[in-house]
Each structure stands twice: as C-alpha cells, then as structure tokens.
Design a protein around this ligand. Structure first.
Ligand code: HEC
Ligand code: HEC
Ligand code: HEC
Length: 406
C-alpha cells in the first residue's frame, strides 16, 4: 500500500511537472505536431524498432536499391538535435538534409513540400519533444552509381516541383483541405501515382495506380471501371477509418497505412479527403469480359467453386465486413494483378483497427495451387459477375512465387 501511495504521489508530481514544463499554447502546438506526424506517417519509415521511436533504420527497398529511414530524434550526434527550424523546413520543403546533402525521393519530400510553414513549425515542435536516441544510421545503402548524391541535382530538376500547396479559389474550403491532405502530408501519391523510369511521379497520371513490387496500389481516382467511382463518400471514409467497407478489405501496405495513420485522422479531415477524391467523375471505356467458355475460364471456375466459394460466395458477393466482395470490384479488375496474385499465394490478414480488433484471414494457396491454377482462378474472377480485365499469365504467378518469404 505504502509503495503504491509513493508511486501515486510520484506520478502526480511527474504529471504536474510535465504540465508546468509546457504552457498551454506550446502544448497545443506540440499536439498539432503530433497529429501531423500521424497524418504524414513519419514513423512508417523512421521507426525500425518500436522501442526506439523515430530513431531510424527502417529499410525501404526501391528499384535502385535500399535506403534506411534517418534518425530524426533530437539526438545531437546521430539525430537532428543540432538542427534549427530552418534546417527542418529545408528538408521538408526542398529535400535537403544534413550538411546540405540532397535527400533521395524515398523520403517523400516531393509531397511534403506542399506542407505549410506553420504545419512544419508544429511538426518541428513535436519532434523536439521526442526522447533523443543515439542510433547511427547510414541511410544510403544504394549500390554505385545510384549512391552518388550529386546525381540528385538532375533528379530534382526533372521530377520535383517545389512549393507550398496553393488553394484553388474556385473550390470550397473543404475540397482544398482534402487536396492539401492527399497531395501534401498524407502523401497518397507516393504509393498510388505511377512512376517514370527514374522513380519520379508521373503527375499526369496522379493517383491512377502504381506497382509497389509485391503489391499494387490501385487507381483511386473517381472512375467506375478501375477506380473508386462506385464508392460513396461514406464508403471511402469507412475504408480509411476501419480498413473495410462494403467493397473491399485493406491488406498489405494499405492495411498498415490505415492502422498507423488514417484510422487516427479527425472526422472532418477524412470527410475533406472524401469530398476531394470524389469531386470530379472520370469516364473510361470498359474492356470486354472473356467469354465463359474460354478454356482458362472453365478451368478457373472449377477451382473457384472448389477452393474459394465457401468464403467469397458462389456469386462472388462475399460477406459484408468479413469476406471481401469479388463481384463488380475495381480492385479485382485492376490493370495490374500483382496484389491479387500475392494475396492468393501468400494469404493475408487485414490489419486490425480500433473498430475491428480481430481481422479475418485469407488462407495461402501457394502450397496447393500451381502457377497455371492460380492464373486461371484469377482470370475467372477478373472476368465474372460484372468484372472484365486482362487474363493473368502463369509467368506472372511464377515471378511473384519466387519472391515469397519461406
Ligand atoms: C516512405 C518513407 C518515409 C516517410 C513516410 C518519411 N520519411 Fe523522412 N526520410 C526517409 C528516408 C529514406 C530518409 C533518408 C533519405 C536520404 O538519406 O537521402 C529520410 C530523411 C528524413 C530527414 C533528413 C534527416 C537527415 O539526417 O538529413 C528528415 C528531417 C525527415 N526524413 C523527416 C520526416 C518527417 C517529419 C516525416 C513525416 C512527416 C517523414 N520524414 C516521413 C523516408 C521517409
Ligand atoms: C505505403 C503505400 C500507400 C500509401 C502511403 C497509401 N496507400 Fe492506399 N493503398 C495502397 C495499397 C498497396 C492498396 C491496395 C490494398 C489491397 O490490395 O487491399 C491501397 C488501397 C487503397 C484504397 C482502396 C482502393 C480499392 O479500389 O480497393 C484506397 C481508397 C486508398 N488506398 C486510399 C489511400 C489514400 C487516400 C491515401 C493517402 C491518405 C493512401 N491510400 C496512401 C498503398 C498505399
Ligand atoms: C477461409 C476463407 C477464404 C477462402 C477459402 C478464400 N478467401 Fe479470399 N479472402 C478471405 C479474406 C478474409 C480476405 C480479406 C483478407 C485481407 O484482405 O487481408 C480475402 C481476400 C481475397 C482477395 C483480395 C480482395 C481484396 O479486396 O483485397 C482475393 C483476390 C481473394 N481473397 C481471392 C480468393 C481466391 C481466388 C480464393 C480461392 C483460391 C480465395 N480467396 C479463398 C477469405 C477467404
């Protein structure tokens, strides 16, 4: 009891101490900064070990080689402890880091450049309250010649439009807030915008779908065939808040994004994102579905009824919030089937969120379906129940099977 009381008094002293350390305006600023770090999902790349938040070392594989997230704790020797706000502003807005070195695009400064200076001040105030952690990280693990940072001068010139977000005066405040979040701190285009051969964003195809290696980040523009044209604003909000809606369940990198970032966004911000992403309808001609008597469709149908229909239903309609719908689902008919192949080979468990703590799982079929069977069953679901898309090639399955973790 005595120790408990001591503990209690100690805690109280600590709380009072912490309370008096920060005056209310500073406290509010730090809180805004903490929220921006969540919206920007900084810890996704800057935390490798949960016991050492923001101390860097998380590995990011790019088509050119690997980079590690930097240590952004206030440690003076290995972190950014001796930086001024101007140094931080330069990193976020110009992509220039420690000692004036140019940063690689794996740090999404091409999106963060749109953040307002006020938001960066808040974020900076929060980062300075972090525990300094000594952790030496050599971020640049790229092979020669990509490891030479001077080449980034040319890269930036070709791929980087520097500058704060400029609101569109023709649109509402809410629309502009959504645009700011998606294009700036939310950096949705880092995954969803296709890349040119140098790894820069193809801005003319903003958010139209991009290959992440083992995953496909689908088209999230407002078109019916491959995008989210059939979704309502509520569908989109529910997906970003819980990872599920009546169409799909988020897996892979998006499940992580929901778990660490979007489930914590303020309601008003999710609503603004939905208003922005759903504002302009884009029309695209839909391709023709493969005929039901195509040999791949016949073989695929048999496998589907044998192995898949118990969960996804014979008409592909799934079970709301448990088994995703495959029928009339843009994700199933995405131009690039990488994610689908990966889910069937490796199985998947959707991320858990506060509103859905135990997520259902999709079994792995790598051990009992061969490359041709996987390609046939996917060709079947991509061309049934209102879907129409290119058949999946067995060679594509073979390629992805090689990448599976043992
Ligand atoms: C997708 C991964 C990713 C995300 C998300 C990300 N970063 Fe980074 N960041 C990196 C990588 C990789 C580097 C190292 C780049 C290099 O060395 O060229 C880096 C470098 C930095 C640097 C420069 C550090 C130095 O020593 O020069 C700062 C500052 C920084 N990030 C802050 C942030 C903040 C703040 C956020 C969230 C708003 C964030 N980062 C989100 C990957 C990321
Ligand atoms: C780290 C990469 C990454 C980031 C960052 C990211 N996404 Fe995604 N997103 C994905 C992947 C991969 C999928 C496909 C998930 C799946 O197959 O279940 C996806 C799926 C989605 C979908 C479902 C589309 C469909 O047709 O099923 C929506 C909507 C979406 N993302 C919106 C966003 C928004 C809005 C942002 C920014 C706030 C964002 N994403 C940021 C990788 C990412
Ligand atoms: C035991 C139940 C079960 C069986 C059997 C099953 N699935 Fe699934 N499937 C799921 C669950 C649960 C998910 C969602 C998991 C996630 O997204 O992380 C899912 C997700 C998927 C997805 C991704 C859809 C999306 O919106 O992200 C595809 C494609 C898929 N399954 C195809 C198949 C195919 C093809 C078969 C048969 C070879 C099959 N499934 C068998 C339960 C099942």
């Amino acid at each position: 009891m005595r120790t408990l009381t001591c503990l209690y008094v100690g805690l109280l002293a600590l709380l009072v101490g912490a309370g008096s350390a920060l005056a209310q305006p500073e406290f509010d600023q730090v809180e805004r900064g903490r929220y921006l770090a969540v919206v920007g999902d900084c810890s996704a790349c800057h935390t490798a070990d949960p016991a050492k938040p923001f101390a860097g070392g998380f590995r990011i594989d790019t088509p050119f080689g690997a980079l590690l997230g930097a240590n952004i704790t206030p440690d003076v020797v290995t972190g950014i402890g001796n930086w001024t706000f101007d140094d931080f502003q330069r990193a976020m807005s110009e992509g220039i880091g420690h000692g004036g070195k140019r940063l690689y695009g794996a740090m999404p400064f091409t999106a963060y450049t749109k953040m307002t200076q006020q938001d960066n001040r808040d974020l900076w105030a929060y980062l300075q309250t972090l525990q300094p952690i000594a952790n030496e990280v050599n971020t640049n693990q790229l092979p020669f010649p990509f490891n030479i940072r001077t080449s980034l001068l040319v890269w930036d010139w070709l791929n980087f439009d520097q500058g704060e977000f400029k609101p569109n005066p023709m649109k509402s405040v809410q629309w502009n807030r959504g645009a700011y979040l998606v294009e700036g701190p939310g950096h949705c285009g880092t995954c969803h915008t296709p890349k040119n051969p140098l790894g820069g964003d193809k801005n003319s195809h903003f958010l139209q779908g991009n290959n992440l290696g083992a995953w496909w980040a689908p088209d999230i523009t407002n078109n019916d065939h491959s995008g989210i044209g059939l979704w309502t604003e509520e569908d989109l909000i529910s997906y970003l808040r819980t990872g599920v809606n009546r169409f799909v369940i988020a897996s892979g990198p998006m499940a992580e994004e929901v778990e660490h970032s979007s489930q914590h966004w303020h309601n008003a911000d999710l609503k603004a994102v939905a208003v922005y992403l759903k504002s302009d309808k884009i029309q695209q001609p839909a391709p023709q579905a493969l005929s039901a008597d195509d040999s791949r469709m016949v073989a695929g149908k048999a496998i589907y009824f044998d192995r898949c229909s118990a969960c996804h239903n014979s008409a592909g309609t799934g079970e709301p919030n448990i088994f995703p719908r495959l029928a009339d689902n843009p994700l199933i008919r995405a131009a690039n089937p990488t994610s689908l192949v990966n889910v069937v080979l490796a199985g998947s468990r959707a991320g858990s969120t506060a509103s859905r703590p135990t997520a259902p799982a999709m079994p792995s079929f790598a051990w009992n379906l061969n490359d041709e069977q996987v390609s046939n069953v996917l060709t079947y679901i991509r061309n049934s129940w209102g879907n129409a898309a290119e058949p999946v090639k067995p060679a594509e399955v073979q390629r992805l099977r090689k990448n599976l973790q043992p």
